[in-house]
Write a protein that binds this ligand. Structure first.
Ligand code: NAD
Ligand code: ZN
Length: 357
């Protein structure tokens, strides 16, 4: 088993965003600049104006109209290098996409090279620039995990820089920041925690610490999504805790069936991670009957819709691509179904499941 690294320092609570400047001050020695990556959705709003920016700092709006790509990370790395001075801190403010982009650039700034060079396990050799994560959406656990997921179109690969160096040094967890998220997005992303924990706890692989994190994350997501208003102040706070716990479990747990099928939908149909998970969940009655029933109750309680019939237009070649991009995820599938998962998930069987989505 690999050693586990989690985030060492965090501030939690309503309004702690305004203490970001205080956290940055000790790292500004010798005038080292700070680079702020902030989701482009906040452009023109109040949040960029509240950033503790001083002369020489750089603020970069991250285009999250798509999931992060290796090309995008390389271009942003170049932009930071053009500052001509090594930043003392990198700050990532946004959902999983922006937080992942900031993690990837911080790794490249000290390790050099291209983003694609580090897609895999333990390829990052030097500590990254000190980095602070500030989530504005809860659920992916990207604030706590040791990876940053990037699409690499040249290699037809979606993979992160899995490394202890990828973990944030510090977090500013302010539930006020998630108040403006679109309801559907808030639900889909929040369900990433629920689904991850369901898959992990139902699998064959066990890790006592990850299990403990996952069980409590699951309890919190149930409280949030089975309540009258998932976005109340109290529930946004609970979901932020759930996401942090779920993310802390990611390194020591394996997902199950939902994430591989979801990856298939992302690769072949371009559907985004969190909505794709929810679409897959609706078709998993045969494998996770209780969790799927509970997921439907949560969705009904919040009145959130999902796209239906997403594979309707596909021909045989399309279903074959879906099959291949699902079955490639051996570890989670073996975690869910055992080493002979290929005997169960035949091309006919995966096509049948995809048709239900
Ligand atoms: P996201 O970062 O992709 O953002 C989704 C949308 O929500 C964007 O349009 C964004 O502008 C908007 N948004 C974010 N915060 C908002 C706010 N407070 N108000 C209004 N709009 C807001 O969303 P996500 O679901 O958090 O992240 C998905 C990404 O996370 C994927 O790229 C996925 O690969 C990655 N991911 C990473 C990990 C990890 O451990 N590193 C785990 C799971 C998923
Ligand atoms: Zn996920």
């Amino acid at each position: 088993m690999r050693p586990t690294k989690t985030v060492g320092v965090y501030l939690f609570g309503r309004g702690v965003f305004d203490r970001l400047g205080e956290r940055l001050a000790p790292r500004r020695g010798d005038g080292a600049p700070v680079v702020f990556f902030i989701d482009h959705v906040f452009a023109g709003g109040d949040l960029p104006r509240r950033l503790p920016v001083v002369d020489g700092d750089l603020t970069i709006l991250v285009d999250t109209g798509h999931e992060p790509t290796t090309d995008q990370v390389d271009a942003l790395h170049e932009q930071v290098r053009s500052l001509g001075r090594a930043p003392g801190t990198v700050v990532g403010i946004g959902g999983g996409a922006t937080m992942d982009v900031a993690k990837a650039v911080a790794n490249l700034l000290t390790n050099g090279g291209m983003a694609a060079d580090y897609q895999g396990w333990d390829l990052v050799t030097r500590p990254a620039v000190y980095k602070i994560g500030v989530p504005t959406l809860s659920g992916t656990g990207a604030e706590a995990s040791a990876t940053c997921v990037m699409m690499n179109y040249a290699k037809n690969l979606k993979l992160g820089m899995n490394s202890p160096h990828t973990v944030y040094d510090e977090l500013v967890l302010d539930p006020v920041l998630t108040a403006g998220a679109p309801r559907d997005q808030y639900f889909y992303t929040g369900q990433d925690t629920y689904i991850h924990c369901v898959e992990s706890l139902a699998g064959g692989f066990r890790h006592p610490v990850a299990d403990a994190y996952s069980r409590e994350a699951l309890n919190l997501t149930r409280e949030v999504f089975l309540s009258g208003d998932m976005m109340s102040d109290e529930n946004r706070e609970k979901l932020m805790v759930a996401s942090y716990l779920g993310g802390s479990a990611i390194g020591n747990s394996f997902v199950g069936l939902v994430h591989p099928f979801s990856a298939g939908l992302s690769v072949v149909l371009g559907l985004r991670h969190c909505v794709a998970n929810c679409i897959v969940m609706e078709a998993m009655d045969d494998y996770y009957p209780d969790a799927v029933a509970e997921f439907r109750r949560m969705r009904a309680a919040q009145g959130v819709d999902l796209p239906r019939g997403v594979c309707a237009g596909l021909d045989a070649a399309g279903f074959e691509r879906l099959h291949q991009s699902t079955i490639i995820h051996e570890k989670p599938l073996a975690n869910a179904l055992g080493p002979d998962f290929r005997d169960i998930l035949t091309p006919a069987r995966t096509a049948e499941l995809f048709r239900r989505m």
